[in-house]
Design a protein. Structure first.
Length: 79
């Protein structure tokens, strides 16, 4: 089985990984292996398709005006 060495990780990152491993009942090595396995199996983003989707949404809403929601958000927060 292959091995990977990761150098110069931020101390806070390592601490978060250790906490996550503890919470999941795994060793740090098992947790990092799990995270890498999940990331490698996950879907990749097709940036060309994502840009086309965004452009279609922009075209769909072009010229429309939307109300400012700041007042509503502030009222909700003040409740």
């Amino acid at each position: 089985m292959a091995q990977i060495l990761v150098r110069d990780l931020d101390k806070e990152t390592v601490e978060r990984l250790k906490k996550r491993a503890r919470d999941d009942g795994r060793s740090l090595q098992s947790e990092v292996k799990f995270i890498l396995d999940q990331a490698a199996q996950g879907p990749t983003v097709d940036m060309e398709a994502a840009r086309a989707l965004v452009e279609n949404i922009r075209k769909k809403f072009k010229g429309r005006r939307f109300p400012d929601s700041v007042k509503l958000i502030r009222e909700d927060r003040n409740r």
